[in-house]
Ligand binder design. Structure first.
Ligand code: NAD
Length: 471
């Protein structure tokens, strides 16, 4: 069977490109499909189409836009299994566990929730001296740039609030995982007027060109800190609105009163959701001296039961690392941690099965700050477990990092945990869980983890400009 060739979407039309690039399955190395490689002229055409469509889309009624978002959510539901399979093949994550089916479920749930959000006019003053109203108006063309870890869900997080608020969109998915996003945008185009959502795919240069494009009014970017800074610099000349959802190095602090056996499952999935390739995964685990051994024991025991392998096989709940660059990075960090005295509780060596970027769940004890596996974002299935004895001091160590996306505290005493939670420098903090996001709670990073938030009313407002009317 010939390899399927995927199109761009410009002004409602599936658009061919003269060049394509192969998208490979990280489980097998086989080609999943041929992605379109857009030219700069095609990017310009997509931005122009979005600009044209904005003229009428921004004038549609609130109800019309909410209905369209619900219709997209329904269409995602109807096609969920097909997209989940494509996502598993290009991304590697399993169908089951917190994998592709979970991601598709999240995508439709977020779209439905966001459809029902509203941006009412606020009356700030209404008295003898006059009336002051605050309106929320769409910005124009929104450029969306997405990463390879949760490509479908993140595309929905970007696109749905943008169009709900009356903007139009040009999205550029990651070159590692563009195919499921192309299918998603095809479904959206079956619902929306031409040009409201456009898609270009290609290499990183396309993202850089979007960041400085004169026709784009706002960039919503999810990806690494290094690239986020480049986006911000490139966007400066045209003074674009920006939401940057960047990397994290989330700390989890286990207090001495926690029950090691009971928290093992939550710790495991907090750290190893999507094989650790999740922005707000638990990436540094701090455990009190009194229960250090027990937490290591129960976490290892739980982790050993989790099956890793080809995501299309229904029994697997963990897949490979998505690409070679990340695979090499995780290998290097673990090798280095070992050299610096880290004790491998499980994993620690690549799985030599000859194909795929498989790296086992790896738990590394007896490491501390100064070891790159602790200090840097590993973004893969390797968790450093750090010992501490003083609670105030561990809070300072947890905060001693340039990132500030999420954090967690684990304890039987919720009040004591909350007190510590409030001292953590991060956008979201969980108690006795980690990484659970939801569409009604604003999510975003502080410090080096980004600017702005997504989700909820506050997330929707980021796709608007304020206009004040005084009479
Ligand atoms: P990346 O920064 O390498 O790539 C992200 C996107 O940016 C891709 O589409 C890429 O093609 C594009 N890009 C590359 N160079 C560009 C440039 N100069 N200008 C504009 N765009 C450019 O990130 P990744 O490796 O795909 O994703 C992993 C990172 O994303 C991790 O650090 C992770 O923590 C972070 N992430 C953050 C969140 C969040 O919500 N905070 C969510 C998911 C992932």
């Amino acid at each position: 069977m010939a390899t399927k060739r995927y199109p761009l979407f410009i002004n409602g039309f599936a658009t061919k490109t003269s060049e394509t690039f192969k998208v490979r399955n990280p489980s097998t190395g086989k080609t999943v499909g041929l992605a379109p490689k857009a030219t700069m002229a095609q990017l310009d055409a997509a931005v122009e189409a979005a600009g044209e469509a904005f003229k009428s889309w921004s004038q549609t009624s609130d109800k019309e836009r909410a209905d369209a978002c619900h219709a997209i959510a329904a269409s995602i539901e109807e096609n969920a299994e097909e997209i989940a399979r494509l996502l598993t093949r290009e991304q590697g994550k399993p169908l089951n566990g917190l994998g592709s089916r979970f991601e598709l479920g999240g995508a439709s749930a977020w779209a439905h929730y966001t459809a029902d959000l509203e941006l009412p006019v606020e009356v700030l003053q209404d008295n003898n001296e006059g009336k002051v109203e605050m309106h929320r108006k769409p910005i124009g063309v929104v450029g969306s740039i997405t990463p390879w870890n949760w490509p479908v869900m993140i595309a929905v997080w970007h696109i749905i609030p943008a169009i709900r608020a009356g903007n139009t969109v040009v999205i550029k998915p990651s070159p590692y995982t563009p195919l499921s996003t192309i299918r998603l945008v095809e479904l959206m185009n079956n619902v929306l007027p031409d040009g409201v959502v456009n898609l270009v795919a290609g290499d990183d240069a396309l993202g850089a060109a979007m960041s400085s494009h004169e026709g784009i009014g706002k960039i919503i970017f999810t990806g690494s800190c290094a690239t986020g800074k480049k986006v911000m610099a490139n966007a400066a000349e045209t003074l674009k609105r920006l939401t940057l959802e960047l990397g994290g190095n989330d700390a989890g602090i286990v207090l001495p009163d926690a029950d090691p056996k009971q928290i093992a499952e939550g710790l495991f999935w907090g750290a190893f959701i999507n094989g650790g390739q999740t922005c707000a995964a638990l990436k540094r685990l701090y455990v009190h001296d009194d229960i250090y051994k027990d937490v290591c024991k129960h976490l290892t025991r739980f982790a050993k039961k989790m099956k890793m392998g080809d995501g299309l096989k229904e029994t697997n709940v963990l897949g490979p690392i998505q690409n070679k660059m990340q695979y090499d990075k995780v290998r290097k960090l673990v090798k280095d941690a070992k050299k610096r005295g880290g004790k491998i509780l499980m994993g620690g060596e690549p799985m030599n099965n000859g194909k795929g970027y498989y790296y086992p769940v790896t738990l590394v004890a007896n490491v501390d700050h100064g070891v790159p596996l602790v200090d840097e974002e590993q973004f893969g299935p390797a968790l450093p477990i750090i010992r501490y004895s003083d609670v105030d001091e561990v809070v300072a160590r947890a905060n001693d990092n340039p990132n500030g996306l999420g954090g967690s505290v684990w304890s039987r005493d919720l009040e004591a945990a909350k007190e510590i939670a409030l001292k953590l420098e991060c956008g979201t903090v969980w108690i006795n869980k980690h990484g659970m996001i939801q569409p009604n709670a604003p999510f975003g990073g502080v410090k080096g983890s980004g600017i702005g938030v997504e989700f909820g009313k506050e997330g929707l407002e980021e796709y608007t400009n304020i206009q004040v009317v005084m009479s």
